[in-house]
Design a protein. Structure first.
Length: 360
C-alpha cells in the first residue's frame, strides 16, 4: 500500500522562529560588511551598497536554499544533491563575506587612535586661519615699519622717499592710507566671512566623530578638499603686492608658500584615510567569535527543518551515512523478497494450469 504522508508540517515549508534568527544575523552582517567596504573603498556609498546586496543574495541562496531543498516534498534524489552542494558553498560564501566583515572590526579596534587623529586634524584645520591672521598682521606691521623708516630718513634718501609715493604734504596721512589699503587686501570682510563659514563647517563635520558613523570617512575626504580650497583662497588674497611694498628690503611671499598648518592637517587626514582603506593582516578576535555565532544563526532554518517522511531515512546530508546505507539495504532486500514472491506465485499458477489442462 502506498505510504501517504499525513503530516502537514512536513509537507510545506513554513516560516519559523529560526528564520527570524537568521534574518537578524543577516541584518547585522549587512551593516557591518557595508561599513567595512565603505571604509575600504574610501567612502563610496554606491559601491558598498552593491557589494552588500551581492553578499546578502549569496548568503540567502546558500543557507536558505539548503533549507528549502531539505524540506522538499518531491524529487528527493535531485534535491539532496542540490542540498549537499549548497551546504558545501555555505562556508565558502560566509568566508568571502568575512573578508569585508573583518575589515570593519580591524578599523573599530583602532577607534581611539582614529578619533584622536581626526580631532587633531580638525584643530589644525582651524589653525589655518590663525596662521593666516598672524601672517597678515606681520606683513602689515613690517609695511608700516618700512613706511615709517622712509619718512624718518626722507632727508637722507630723498629718491626712495619720492619713489615710495610720498608727496611731502602730509606724510602720516599718506602712510595711514597705504597701510589701510594693505589691511583691506589681507584682512577684509571676505576673509572674516570665510573664516566664520569654515569654522562652522568644521564644527558640524566634527559632530559624532566615531568609527560607527559612516559619514566620518566622507568627512575626512571633504575636509581635506575644503582645507586645500580655503588655503588657495587665502593665498589669492595674499599674492598681490603693493607697488611701494615691493620696495621693502625683504622679499614678499604669499601665504600658501610656507604654511605648516595645512601640511600637517592634510598629512593627518591622509594617514586617517590610509588606516580606513588599508586592510591589516590577520583576523580580529571580534571577527572570530561573532562570526561563529552568526554562522550558527544563519544555519538555524536548515537545522530546524525536518525532511519529508517519504525521504526520512532514505536520503540524508552525508551520502554514505549509516541510515542511508541501512535503508538502501532494506530496499534491496524488500525488492529481492518481492521478486521471489512474484516468481513463486507465477510458478504455482503455471503448475496449476498444467493439471487443469490434463482433465479436459
Amino acid at each position: 500500500m502506498e505510504n501517504v504522508n499525513n503530516y502537514s508540517w512536513n509537507k510545506t515549508l513554513k516560516f519559523s522562529w529560526g528564520h527570524i534568527i537568521a534574518f537578524i544575523a543577516l541584518i547585522f552582517i549587512s551593516y557591518v560588511t557595508y561599513m567595512g567596504d565603505f571604509y575600504q573603498n574610501g567612502g563610496d556609498f554606491g559601491k558598498a551598497a552593491i557589494k552588500v546586496l551581492i553578499i546578502d543574495i549569496l548568503l540567502l541562496c546558500t543557507f536558505i536554499g539548503a533549507q528549502i531543498y531539505k524540506g522538499t516534498d518531491e524529487k528527493f534524489k535531485r534535491s539532496i544533491i542540490i542540498e549537499r552542494i549548497l551546504i558545501c558553498f555555505c562556508p565558502i560564501a560566509f568566508c568571502w563575506m568575512m573578508l569585508t566583515y573583518n575589515h570593519f572590526w580591524t578599523v573599530l579596534g583602532q577607534h581611539e587612535g582614529i578619533e584622536t587623529k581626526f580631532n587633531q586634524a580638525i584643530n589644525k584645520s582651524k589653525q589655518l586661519f590663525t596662521e593666516y591672521n598672524t601672517y597678515a598682521n606681520n606683513r602689515i606691521e613690517k609695511y608700516d615699519q618700512f613706511l615709517t623708516s622712509v619718512i624718518h630718513n626722507k632727508n637722507k634718501d630723498v629718491a626712495t622717499y619720492h619713489r615710495i609715493g610720498f608727496s611731502g604734504v602730509d606724510d602720516q596721512m599718506q602712510k595711514q592710507d597705504y597701510v589701510r589699503t594693505l589691511q583691506l587686501q589681507l584682512l577684509s570682510q571676505n576673509t572674516d566671512s570665510l573664516e566664520y563659514v569654515a569654522n562652522k563647517w568644521i564644527d558640524d563635520a566634527n559632530q559624532g566623530a566615531s568609527v560607527w558613523n559612516a559619514f566620518l570617512v566622507g568627512n575626512i575626504k571633504e575636509i581635506s578638499t575644503a582645507i586645500t580650497g580655503w588655503n588657495k583662497t587665502l593665498t589669492s588674497y595674499s599674492k598681490p603686492v603693493l607697488s611701494n611694498e615691493a620696495n621693502a628690503q625683504e622679499e614678499i611671499t604669499a601665504f600658501g608658500d610656507n604654511n605648516s598648518a595645512i601640511r600637517d592637517a592634510i598629512q593627518d587626514l591622509t594617514d586617517l584615510r590610509q588606516i580606513y582603506m588599508t586592510p591589516k593582516k590577520g583576523i580580529n578576535i571580534q571577527t572570530i567569535w561573532t562570526g561563529i555565532i552568526l554562522f550558527i544563526m544563519l544555519l538555524f532554518p536548515y537545522l530546524l527543518q525536518s525532511r519529508n517522511t517519504k525521504a526520512n531515512g532514505v536520503y540524508s546530508l552525508l551520502p554514505f551515512s549509516l541510515s542511508s546505507h541501512t535503508e538502501r539495504k532494506k530496499e534491496r532486500n524488500d525488492k529481492v523478497e518481492y521478486d521471489e514472491t512474484n516468481k513463486s506465485d507465477a510458478t504455482q499458477n503455471e503448475s496449476n494450469g498444467d493439471i487443469y489442462s490434463g482433465t479436459f
